[in-house]
Ligand binder design. Structure first.
Ligand code: FES
Length: 206
């Protein structure tokens, strides 16, 4: 697998690695695609809402560690509002690209940063905890990366329909039968959705 020099540099010598004791906010997320995990810790200035310290611990692969390193660099010194705009494509670009099959590792790291920010906002009454609805399903589908091209399945228009009725998440996909990644995508969708207590069943048709 071909990694950029920047990925290798951040993987070999990651920045901002470790744990913050008594953080103002934190989040730990696991990847349905590979089972790896990452935690992000934040220290935030309550007056200015600037991220004054940020650290991460990763039990993931080189791409995940490199993304954790670069996004903590980017987020350091930013306000929460600014840091919320950091996306996985920006992170991958800042690393001079990631192999398509490794994009989900970047999604995992950035998603964890967003969850840590949300954790702070909810604790400080700056935002409400996310309410589950059909949009939640679409947002989760946007985190499912089609490994061949490193893009999410919603952007690739592989999702023909996504709905939620009486506890059943209904997903209609368009992926050719002979596609070698088809089963992985289906499996990943299930893993993204099945942990929501609001979802009793995930129905996927292709
Ligand atoms: Fe698991 Fe990269 S985070 S393969």
């Amino acid at each position: 697998m071909q990694y950029s020099q920047k990925v290798l540099d951040h993987f070999m010598k990651p920045h901002n690695i470790g744990k913050i004791e008594n953080p103002d906010a934190e989040a730990t997320e696991g990847s349905p695609a590979c089972g790896d995990q990452i935690s992000i810790y934040l220290k935030i200035n309550a007056k200015t809402q600037v991220i004054e310290d940020i650290k991460f611990q990763s039990y993931g692969c080189a791409s995940n560690i490199a993304t954790g390193s670069i996004i903590t660099d980017i987020a350091m010194g930013k306000t929460l509002k600014e840091a919320k705009k950091i996306g996985w494509k920006e992170a991958a670009d800042a690393l001079d690209g990631l192999p398509p099959i490794k994009m989900h590792c970047s999604v995992l790291a950035v998603d964890t940063l967003h969850k840590a920010i949300k954790d702070y906002e909810v604790k400080h009454n700056l935002a409400e905890a996310d309410k589950f609805n059909k949009e939640t399903i679409v947002e989760e589908l946007k985190k499912v990366i089609y490994p061949q091209v490193g893009e999410d399945i919603v952007t690739l228009k592989m999702v023909k329909y996504a709905g939620f009725e009486n506890g059943v998440a209904i997903i209609d996909l368009e992926i050719p039968k002979f596609d070698e990644h088809r089963d992985n995508v289906v499996e990943e969708i299930r893993e993204h959705l099945e942990h929501y207590k609001e979802i009793k069943e995930v129905k996927i048709t292709i």
